[in-house]
Design a protein around this ligand. Structure first.
Ligand code: DC
Length: 280
């Protein structure tokens, strides 16, 4: 049986960098589901289909084939046999993905591909609804976030380093608009799964976040009998109340978690793991 790790969170929280680093260390397959939505968004842009017209997008979905392949260890995205891995990385493709990923038919098209990949491989899959919808039985779920200010600063720095002009205010506004759209759509909105571990990367380095997640993977992969029991039920209960959708999913970026390890991770095993430990 495969071991699946779900990493969800808002745009710019560092999901793909972290997921890729964790995949490298564990040997798991890294699956970037955002890239799949971007490929579909790109098709609509290429064909001049109005991305705001749900019916038109739905009608053209059958013309689209999205495939992921791994070449020299790197995920490549093919759109109707064209490698679009570079072309999907534009602001426009991200915007088109954010708009059209709200459509039921678009989500249904990708659901099977994502589930099949996870059933056949140990994966670290990142996206928006992996822990809540695609892999509700994932062995480990992470909700990775950072304040919108910090995410905007990171993006701004990235663009300046590439020699591109940018406005920090505009970037933050775009990030907040994208968060709002991703969190408020009707189908599979971005929200933290109840049994996910919250990791706020605002004040953490990439290697700190990677190490935190690797430690969690190792803990969950360990023999159930050796796993620590739920140590602080009251504290965890409080944290999970903090993470109710209305609070954590709609405002996760404005409420950086405290940076103590206890607040970045939950020590309590989830119900599924408890059942396993009990031999179910
Ligand atoms: O992670 P990203 O920025 O590459 O994702 C682009 C868009 O795709 C994002 O704004 C929302 C959508 N998306 C989604 O709806 N569900 C996913 N599992 C992944 C991405």
């Amino acid at each position: 049986m495969s071991f699946n790790v779900a990493i969800d969170g808002p745009a710019g929280a560092g999901k793909s960098t972290i997921a890729r680093a964790c995949a490298e260390k564990t040997g798991f397959l890294y699956v970037d589901t955002g890239a799949m939505y971007r490929a579909i968004g790109l098709y609509f842009l290429d064909q001049g289909i109005d991305i705001r017209d749900e019916e038109a997008c739905r009608e053209h979905l059958d013309e689209i084939s999205v495939r992921i392949a791994y070449e020299e260890g790197l995920q490549q995205i093919y759109l109707n046999d064209e490698n679009v891995s570079a072309r999907i990385r534009t602001q426009e493709a991200g915007e088109a993905a954010s708009v059209t990923s709200a459509y039921k038919a678009v989500r249904e098209k990708l659901l099977e591909l994502q589930r099949k990949t996870a059933s056949e491989n140990d994966v670290i899959m990142d996206g928006r609804d992996i822990g809540t919808t695609i892999l509700p039985e994932a062995e480990l779920k992470i909700y990775l976030t950072a304040s919108s200010e910090e995410r905007a600063r990171r993006r701004y720095k990235e663009l300046l380093e590439k020699g591109q002009e940018a406005s920090l205010d505009d970037i933050q506004k775009e990030i907040e608009e994208r968060d709002y759209r991703d969190m408020h759509r009707e189908i599979s909105p971005l929200k933290m799964a109840e049994d996910a571990v919250l990791v706020d990367s605002s004040d953490m380095t990439i290697s700190e976040v990677t190490e935190t997640i690797i430690a969690l993977i190792e803990e969950r992969k360990g023999e159930p009998a050796e796993e620590p029991a739920c140590e602080q039920p009251e504290k965890n209960a409080e944290r999970s109340t903090d993470k109710q959708p209305g609070k954590s999913a709609e405002q996760p970026t404005d409420e950086p978690a405290e940076k103590t390890p206890g607040n970045q991770r939950t020590n309590c095993r989830n119900e599924k793991q408890k059942e396993r430990a009990a031999g179910a």
